[in-house]
Ligand binder design. Structure first.
Ligand SMILES: [Zn+2]
Length: 209
């Protein structure tokens, strides 16, 4: 069994998903948006071996906890190389959005590319590149569940008006790569409520515009 726990954390309420293979207790954290002790302790209490942190993209509101998690759990963080410019902008962006500066993010030294696979126990997590919200946007697919970051939301898509955003790429990535998944695939976005591929094909106003 694969269990999924959602933690809403950070200055813009990002969803962090802890996926655990119940047999081996190996786990992956998809996005890591806060270094709060309460968040760290929740992961400790989950009693798992945290093997990777996989980032859906390099925006500051999805990665503010990675240095702390590296210290606490000795876990490496993966992001697309194309989003390192975003990672470097993180302190500045935090300053703009949340009013306080922080140190540079130091612990991201591993990169994920389209098609890369990560294993926890018997489960394989596959990376699917979906640029548009940022140049290095990634979705992660495992066990009929898609973790879509800020690429696809319930009824909407991520904004493309920030630096390096591109709406045309975003839409074509969703149509060609994401909407080819089975309709009953559950979608867990980077913010807000979960959805399914079938629902979005029917009702997503931006993609169907
Ligand atoms: Zn974002």
């Amino acid at each position: 069994m694969l269990s999924i726990k959602t933690f809403v954390e950070g200055p813009i309420d990002a969803n962090n998903y802890l996926l655990t293979d119940e047999d081996s207790r190996e786990a992956v954290l998809i996005d890591c948006s806060s270094s709060r002790d309460e968040f760290v302790n929740s992961i400790k209490d989950a009693n798992v071996t945290l093997k990777y942190i996989l980032l859906t993209h390099g925006h500051f509101d999805h990665l503010l906890g990675v240095d702390k998690f590296k210290k606490e759990f000795c876990v490496e963080t993966y992001v697309s190389k194309d989003d390192m410019t975003q990672v470097e902008l993180a302190p500045q962006m935090l300053g703009i959005f949340a009013g306080s500066m922080t140190e540079d993010i130091k612990s991201i030294k591993n990169f994920v590319s389209d098609g890369d696979e990560f294993k926890i126990g018997n489960y394989t997590i596959k990376a699917i590149s979906t640029p548009g919200h940022t140049r290095g946007g990634m979705c992660y697919l495992v066990d009929n569940k898609l973790f879509s970051g800020d690429t696809l939301f319930q009824g909407s898509v991520g904004r493309c008006d920030l630096p390096e955003g591109d709406l045309q790429s975003l839409i074509s990535g969703i149509k060609n790569k994401i909407f080819s998944l089975p309709e009953n695939t559950e979608v867990f976005p980077g913010h807000g409520a979960k959805t399914t591929i079938g629902y979005e094909k029917k009702y997503n106003e931006i993609i169907n515009y």
